[in-house]
Design a protein around this ligand. Structure first.
Ligand SMILES: Nc1nc2c(ncn2[C@@H]2O[C@H](COP(=O)(O)OP(=O)(O)O)[C@@H](O)[C@H]2O)c(=O)[nH]1
Ligand SMILES: [Mg+2]
Length: 197
């Protein structure tokens, strides 16, 4: 559920990028940070160290626009897989408004993708969310790697009901802003009362 601050006329939406370690979540956030004008972004907080980039989470506050007189702000978080068994990380999912699932296209990472996906669904259920009703966008990242599995296989495995998805090469910025735009659109639509696309 979004945080609404009536005094400040602000809505704060929480979007969490989830996926297995090294699938490209931080790369997405960093690219968004680099592409966003200074006045529209807060400080990028990266709670991680150089040699263990996947351990903690990133937070990027963004101002996206106005909705009925309220400033809409997004807080983008990244969250590694294995969340179900790690209570300390579950707070990042508290009050989540939208999820970007960042899968790694490399064949050798499919098992890790599936594990992270199952963990995510369990963690959301544990907090009373219905994954099928939450705004979700799938990002199939690392489409450039030689061992990439087919789009069909990814869709069949993660997104059989064909919710929005993007192919990406986040390290080159491909698909990153498209993913962000789609998830923010879905979250705002939900805020306005769940109009269907
Ligand atoms: N080949 C390739 N490498 C990528 C892509 N996106 C990210 N990477 C690299 O994958 C590594 C892990 O990315 P990172 O964003 O730290 O993963 P995170 O653990 O999900 O936050 C880094 O070396 C990135 O430069 C991509 O689309 N293609
Ligand atoms: Mg990271």
């Amino acid at each position: 559920m979004s945080l609404i601050n009536h005094a400040a006329k602000e809505v704060i939406c929480k979007v969490v990028y989830v996926g297995p370690g090294l699938s490209g979540k931080t790369t997405n956030i960093q690219y968004i940070y680099d592409q966003t004008q200074t006045q529209s972004k807060g400080r990028l907080m990266q709670l991680s160290s150089d040699n263990e980039r996947t351990l903690f989470y990133d937070l990027l506050p963004l101002s996206i626009g106005e909705l009925e007189g309220y400033r809409t702000r997004f807080h983008l978080y990244t969250l590694p897989g294995q969340i179900f068994y790690d209570v300390s990380r579950q707070f990042v999912l508290k009050g989540v408004d939208g999820i970007v699932f960042v899968a790694d296209s490399a064949a050798e990472r499919m098992e890790a993708n599936i594990e992270a996906f199952d963990d995510l669904k369990k963690a959301l259920e544990g907090q009373g969310y219905d994954f099928d009703r939450l705004p979700v966008v799938f990002q199939y990242n690392k489409r450039d790697v030689p061992s990439a599995v087919t789009l069909e296989e990814l869709q069949k495995t993660f997104n059989p009901t064909r919710r929005p998805f993007f192919e990406a090469s986040a390290n080159r910025g491909k698909g990153v802003m498209e993913t962000l735009q789609e998830i923010s659109l879905r979250v705002i639509r939900e805020l306005k009362g769940g109009e269907k696309p």
